[in-house]
Design a protein around this ligand. Sequence first.
Ligand code: SF4
Ligand code: SF4
Ligand code: F3S
Length: 429
Amino acid sequence: MPEVYNWQLGRKMLYPYEERHPKWQFAFVFNINRCLACQTCSMADKSTWLFSKGQEYMWWNNVETKPYGGYPQFYDVKITQLIEQVNPGGQVWNVRVGRKHHAPYGVFEGMTIFDAGAKVGQAAIGYIPTDQEWRFVNIYEDTATSMRALVENIDKSGFTRDEPWRLSGSSLPEHETYFFYLQRICNHCTYPGCLAACPRKAIYKRPEDGIVLIDQNRCRGYKKCVEQCPFKKPMYRGTTRVSEKCIACYPRIEGKDPLTGGEPMETRCMAACVGKIRMQSLMRIGEDGLWAEDRWHPLYYTIRVEQVALPLYPQWGTEPNGYYIPPRHAPRGYNRQMFGPGVDNAIEKYLVPSRELLAVLQLWRASQQIVFRYDVIPGPKVFETQIHGKRFDMYNDTVLGFNKSGKEVARIQVEEPIYIRPAERVNWL
Ligand code: SF4
Ligand code: SF4
Ligand code: F3S
């Protein structure tokens, strides 16, 4: 099997196809700390693409409650356990390695879904969820249950009990009861499990933007993609007998929406986000297959410079292009298991943000057009305090966002302006 470089793992790994990269890569950052689980994103997606017969159970965008929920139920616990069964005790990170650009989180020394798949004669290790597991898109929503309940439910799922929070060498809980929301779409992975798995070669990654699509004419419904995408994002449609998945609203990315006059526009789920937790863009890929250095790109800055946003389950090896600012209140062990060893740095940076990071974070949902570059105009100091013993100064800087053509599409101040309604406009008289 060929070897490919996975920078999130800090090393080469096995993958069924030779390394090849698109010119640009669809990527996004979700700030978990701000999500209110309003499900507006899920409904925007549903009402755009998923309202037809046979698609009733499909949610290409879903927001699940962790650690109890999941769509399909327990997908992440199950995948993690399947790998652990092949490589007991070996799912560890070596964080002492300090190659900044090529291995920012250290080196993962365990098995990916592809390594574990090779051991069982598959492209990637996986399973097909049962109908029951697809039944509730967000079971336990807003229910802070204890870890005991989670264990009891895993017992019911037929998988081993085996202390799920101790997987991958993490330990939980600091306090037993907590929850947060995890927003999920297809990660348009650099090394997609779905693409590796399909015996029909019906899945492809677009060279122009890295979006992963299922060719509806080639697909024969083998469901290997459903089995071997660890994030469980391809979904089988009984009425057409082929599988479907998130298409990253590609007509909008291509600038085909009349609203933007030909400029790339964010997906429906991103644009609808009420909590302003989502930002999406396209990253230019360099000759070495990594993101080309682009210091003034808001996602490059957030993910590669500040490293405040992290990939979801990087240890699975697909190099997902979805990134998350981890929940600061959830136990670190659980966070590390989900987002890798970069969690401590990310939370520290988020709790006491640098002047520039605070400004850049204002760009989330500031424009429906995709922002490719930012700039910051310095403003006066407006506040100072201590956070966790560290000095924090707040400046009322103004952040600007520019679209692909370099036109300004966003201008936001760090301090929200207050408008006092003039007396003649008061509406309670
Ligand atoms: Fe494929 Fe799943 Fe990755 Fe999407 S998240 S590209 S469906 S492996
Ligand atoms: Fe969370 Fe935004 Fe979706 Fe609402 S629209 S559930 S705030 S991601
Ligand atoms: Fe291939 Fe999945 Fe269709 S495995 S044939 S794309 S159902």
